[in-house]
Ligand binder design. Structure first.
Ligand code: FES
Ligand code: FES
Length: 156
């Protein structure tokens, strides 16, 4: 089954087995920011963007990806300078073991692409599906709010 879609800015054709998931495909492409956690849509470690919305890649079958725009954290990275949100997580101590961090960063990226005022409740809601064993969530919320409220209105 040949599936065509956009992956991190490139048009790709994937030969996917029926029933295979986007998580399996992305890790097969060595996009290791997409973590293989629970495999059941519960931990958020495999969070990616599909048409700018945060989605658990383990729940997406490859046949559903046709024509979609897929983004993983690799599309945001440069080797010279960390993107602003990653820098904010770093400075805030919002990443410890880091297993959940790519998913968290993409969840807040999806929030950033939405219109409207950013609130602390909105950030917490955006991170609701990203389980973290290390940080207690306070630092990630602070780090995300700091960046998301710089350029537009914010309510705490
Ligand atoms: S691995 Fe996909 S939500 Fe846990
Ligand atoms: S930083 Fe370790 S699970 Fe979140």
């Amino acid at each position: 089954m040949i599936i065509q879609f956009e992956l991190n800015g490139r048009l790709v054709s994937a030969d996917a087995a029926p029933g295979s998931t986007l998580l399996e495909y992305l890790r097969g492409e060595e996009l290791y920011s997409v973590k293989h956690g629970c495999d059941h849509g519960e931990c958020g470690a495999c969070t990616i963007l599909v048409n700018s919305r945060s989605v658990n890649a383990c729940l997406v079958l490859m046949h559903a990806v046709e024509g979609k725009k897929i983004e993983t954290l690799e599309s945001f990275s440069t080797h010279e300078q960390l993107p602003e949100m990653q820098e904010s997580f770093l400075q805030a101590g919002a990443a410890q073991c880091g297993f959940c961090t790519p998913g968290m960063l993409l969840s807040v990226e999806a929030l950033d692409r939405e219109d409207g005022v950013v609130t602390e409740a909105g950030v917490k809601d955006a991170l609701n599906g990203n389980l973290c064993r290390c940080t207690g969530y306070v630092k990630p919320v602070e780090a995300a709010l700091k960046v998301l409220t710089q350029d537009r209105g914010a309510l705490r």
